[in-house]
Design a protein. Structure first.
Length: 396
């Protein structure tokens, strides 16, 4: 058996000191030192075999954090893990307490194609893997063929289309060897819920951004644009996921979906749940009222749908332990798990050909209520997300 842990960590704007990432926003050397130390402590606490990071502006800053986590972890080992002189050093509990440095780990960073100059930076994503990678990591952001979403009105007439040429942030795809298996992992950060407003030509700012002249309808349109873009990005990711599933590959999607699990973007990525019994459903080519799918056809359809689904690691944990739900972020006062780890059925307990199982699901700094960690001197320094981790066990 091979045990493997995979985590998702939105670090909230990781960049070096005195570098303006958003307009008027930068860290002093002291603020950066606090943030890097806090992030390193979180990485050391996770001690995960694979971590998907979101909101990374600079690869060097992330490497500094990982190196600092190693120093913390090795210092902890010196205190908590007994050496061979102790007669109890073989106890399994001490192996679980031990921190494993990332010195030989592989790090893949996907910079954002939308990144700009000071004050107009856009973050990318990264994956840190102790198991290394199989092949070269791939980045999905600029679409070879623009995504055209045709729209129709209720009368069946054409109603224009929405075009997506590039996602707001990159999707990082890596293949990771685990025991006798290779798992395809997607790390993503979908479009935020912040409204997308258009600045008229020649204007200094979008009218909707002037809150002294509050435009409720215009701001709602901005939210609509964001939601449409986020759902289109979810579909792009879904297309990539399905391509891997059709090859028979185990798949994990992790990251910040900027939606609750029952929201549309998540449903697009995970795929539809099969109908309870397709034999009750009229055929697509029905010629009379009782023309329904056969029992054999119903089984075929169920298998086709099931084989393309992803499953929330969090929900599998709730099913397994009957514990309360966990919440890793608050948006607008509504608590929801916008960070997700989604697993293909290769890890589902009901799948006879599963390559592994999810043994446990951990949440660090969950139930955040004030937009940041209570120990942070300022809200912008710590992450406004909890960190989530799935504990997987692979059969040899």
């Amino acid at each position: 058996m091979s045990d493997w842990t995979v985590a998702s960590f939105n670090v909230k704007n990781l960049i070096g000191a005195e570098k303006e990432y958003y307009r008027f926003e930068q860290y002093t050397p002291e603020e950066y030192a606090w943030k890097a130390n806090w992030l390193a402590d979180q990485v050391a606490s996770l001690n995960a075999d694979l971590i998907g990071f979101q909101e990374i502006f600079e690869e060097d800053a992330l490497r500094d954090v990982v190196a600092q986590a190693d120093r913390m972890g090795e210092a902890s080992n010196a205190v908590s893990v007994p050496d061979r002189s102790k007669p109890y050093h073989r106890k399994a509990i001490f192996r679980k307490l031990a921190y494993e440095p990332y010195g030989d780990a592989a790090l893949a960073f996907a910079a954002n194609l939308n990144d700009g100059g000071p004050g107009e930076r856009r973050p990318g994503v990264a994956v840190l893997s102790r198991n290394g990678f199989v092949g070269t990591p791939e980045i999905v952001q600029e679409l070879d063929t623009p995504l055209e979403i045709p729209l129709r009105d209720l009368g069946g007439e054409g109603a224009g289309s929405f075009t997506l040429k590039r996602t707001s942030r990159p999707v990082l795809k890596v293949k990771v060897p685990v025991g006798d298996h290779v798992v395809t992992v997607f790390n993503c950060h979908l479009k935020s819920k912040l409204g997308e407003f258009i600045t008229p030509q020649g204007a200094e700012f979008a009218p909707e951004s002037n809150l002294l002249d509050y435009d409720a309808v215009g701001r709602a349109m901005g939210s609509l644009r964001s939601a449409l873009r986020r759902m289109a990005e979810a579909w792009v990711l879904r297309r990539e996921v399905v391509a891997e599933l059709k090859k028979g590959n185990p798949v994990i999607v992790l990251g910040d979906l900027n939606d609750g699990e029952h929201a549309v973007s998540s449903e697009i990525i995970t795929g539809e749940a099969p109908f309870k019994n397709y034999a009750w459903m009229r055929r697509h080519d029905a010629e009379h009222r009782g023309d329904r799918y056969s029992v054999e056809e119903a089984a075929q359809i169920t298998e086709s749908v099931d084989s393309m689904r992803l499953h929330s690691a969090e929900k599998l944990f709730v099913r397994k332990s009957l514990r309360d739900m966990v919440y890793t972020a608050a948006f607008g006062g509504v608590y929801e798990s916008i960070d997700q780890i989604l697993l293909s059925r290769h890890f589902h307990p009901d799948f006879e050909q599963a390559v592994g199982s999810m043994e446990y699901f951990s949440v660090f700094n969950d139930h955040l209520t004030d937009g940041s960690h209570p120990e942070a001197p300022y809200n912008k320094l710590a992450s406004d997300h909890g960190q989530i981790m799935a504990h997987l066990r692979f059969a040899e």
